[in-house]
Every structure is written in structure tokens, then in C-alpha cells.
Design a protein around this ligand. Structure first.
Ligand code: HEC
Length: 159
């Protein structure tokens, strides 16, 4: 988790334009996040967790499907980010128009699914191929939304 935190911190300034965009670095960060997502993540939370860490909510085990789904979603999105790294930022080129159309065109940003709303798991997760066509910053936003969606639900406030 902390490794993922560092990866996100390294990339965030590039996404907001505060640091020079480096596609290779973005891809590397995405791969690191991917290597900690999916089953690599859910394995860290065995049902009979004896050294249950203090910042974990029981909700994880009560709502395991949602938890595992978010971990898997993070995996898909991080793979998408690795593929989209070369696309650069939406704001840097004509990609903006496309991105805008994409956001408005499908339910992506408008849906509660993304934001951890009640209907959260109802929506379809976007696939890698679709993500690969998107500006890197849009995919990065989806990655970090997934981090927060899971933390909001399953991590206690202590940190
Ligand atoms: C599927 C659920 C889930 C997803 C997705 C998720 N996290 Fe977490 N994260 C947790 C839980 C649960 C904890 C509390 C773990 C603990 O205290 O042992 C945590 C803790 C953390 C911590 C504090 C860990 C520490 O060692 O102090 C950081 C930093 C963190 N997550 C970053 C991230 C980032 C960055 C992402 C996205 C790239 C992410 N997480 C995605 C569930 C998730």
C-alpha cells in the first residue's frame, strides 16, 4: 500500500502539469500499482486474519465481493494507465476535445459507480482497450478514484 502511495505521489504532479510529463515514469508507476492490485491485494486480507491491522474495517469481510471487485478494478485501471501513458495529458493537445466527448458521451463520469455511490458495483467497469485510448490524466483520475472508493469504505479514519 505505501509503495502504491509513493507511486501515486510521484505521478500526480505530472498529471496536474506541475511537473514535466514523463510517459516512462507514468508507465512504471502504473505497473507498480498493478502489481499490488487484484489478487495480490486481496491476499493481504485473509478471512482469518490474525494480525489484523488496525486500520482495516470488518466491512472487508462482510462485503468481500465489493472489496475484491475494487481491488480487481484497480488492477484493470492500472493496466489501462500503463497503456495510456503514451497518450499524454488531455490538456496538452487536441486530445481535449476527444476526452470531452468521451466524458459526456458515456456515463463514465456522471455515474455514481465511479464515485463510490450506492449503486457502486452495478455499472460495468471499463476495459483495458477503452482505457488505452484515453488521455493518461483521465485514466489516472479513475485509478485514484478507485483508491479513495476503497479507503472510504474499508479503511478506518486513523490515517
Ligand atoms: C480494494 C481496496 C483498496 C484499494 C483499491 C486501495 N487501497 Fe489503500 N488501503 C486499503 C486498506 C484496507 C488499507 C488499510 C490497511 C492497513 O491498515 O493494514 C489501506 C491503506 C493504504 C495506505 C496506508 C498504508 C500504510 O502502510 O500506512 C496507503 C498509503 C494506501 N492505502 C494507498 C493506496 C493507493 C495509492 C491506492 C490506489 C493506487 C490504494 N491504496 C488502493 C484498501 C485499498
Amino acid at each position: 500500500m505505501s509503495a502504491m502511495g509513493d507511486a501515486v505521489k510521484a505521478v500526480a504532479p505530472m498529471m496536474s502539469g506541475e511537473a514535466a510529463y514523463d510517459a516512462a515514469a507514468v508507465r512504471e508507476a502504473a505497473e507498480l500499482i498493478g502489481s499490488h492490485a487484484g489478487t495480490a491485494m486481496t491476499e493481504l486480507f485473509p478471512e482469518d486474519n490474525e494480525n489484523a491491522a488496525s486500520y482495516v474495517k470488518d466491512a472487508i469481510w462482510q462485503d468481500w465481493d465489493t472489496f475484491a471487485d475494487l481491488a480487481e478494478r484497480l488492477h484493470t485501471y492500472s493496466e489501462g494507465l500503463a497503456l495510456a501513458a503514451e497518450n499524454g495529458l488531455a490538456s496538452s493537445e487536441s486530445g481535449m476535445a476527444d476526452a470531452g466527448a468521451m466524458m459526456g458521451g458515456n456515463a463514465m463520469m456522471g455515474s455514481d459507480d465511479m464515485m463510490g455511490g450506492s449503486g457502486m458495483m452495478a455499472g460495468a467497469t471499463m476495459g483495458r482497450e477503452e482505457l488505452a485510448e484515453m488521455p493518461a490524466d483521465a485514466v489516472f483520475a479513475m485509478v485514484s478514484n478507485t483508491c479513495s472508493a476503497c479507503h472510504t469504505r474499508f479503511r478506518t479514519e486513523a490515517k
